[in-house]
Design a protein around this ligand. Sequence first.
Ligand SMILES: Nc1ncnc2c1ncn2[C@@H]1O[C@H](COP(=O)(O)OP(=O)(O)OP(=O)(O)O)[C@@H](O)[C@H]1O
Ligand SMILES: [Mg+2]
Length: 255
Amino acid sequence: MEESIIKIRKLSKRFGTQEVLRELDLDIPKGMITVIIGRSGGGKSVLLKHIIGLIKPDSGEIYIDGINIVKEPEDKLNEIRKRFGMLFQEGALFDSMTIEENVAFPLVEHTKLSHKEIKERTKEVLALVGLTGAEKKYPSEISGGMRKRAGLARAIIAKPDIILFDEPTSGLDPIMSAHIDNLIVEIQKRLNVTCIIISHDIQSTFRIAHKIAMLFEGKIIAEGTPDVMRALDNPYLKQFIEGLSEGPIQVVDNE
Ligand SMILES: Nc1ncnc2c1ncn2[C@@H]1O[C@H](COP(=O)(O)OP(=O)(O)OP(=O)(O)O)[C@@H](O)[C@H]1O
Ligand SMILES: [Mg+2]
């Protein structure tokens, strides 16, 4: 495929005796949408947190434009983090701040832009995600779909060149999910950014991905374009895509 902006090599991480990532390799193509799929508790969020340096691996490398961030000191890592926007799985809006304040936060924290410029830019991204009018509301006063869109606005406001989305459509109705998908595709095109999305939603995955990677038992067991993934004769992937309880992936009762 095209040029990779991120290269992950032999990434391993365990928590206590639980091995979550096992010598995982993955390349993320630049300026495209890569969707990572996999079972609940399979380590997808842990993988994303490694990519922005929030978790250190036990071993392995993560190259961002050729720099191995695992070896970088905290101050350099902070510089590199400015290239990223992140929509956390939990939304992670600050309850005590209005939507406007939440969305403006990355600019207030990390830039020297004037109050006026921040205000304008905030207005612009809120309009982009369809939240004009909700500026003064608090997260508890708006719906789940609106909170996701506010998180999306916050993830893009500082014009990152890599955006990570952890389950941007979970818990939303199919219409709102499709709307968020369209927004992500539009933002990706407009800003020409690299997007990494974690998703459980197979329909949406095939709709928006340029590349799909399936995480299973700590490794990427299948990857490729949607067409390649559809055609692959991998029983694990097939079971996942088709959503079957019968197959090589066993559901354990205490999960
Ligand atoms: N900081 C941590 N300390 C200990 N265990 C952790 C930590 N973070 C994650 N884990 C464990 O690692 C495993 C993978 O978690 P992770 O959140 O990455 O799963 P996931 O694939 O994102 O699942 P979901 O689809 O449900 O969000 C889980 O068993 C989780 O309990
Ligand atoms: Mg997760």
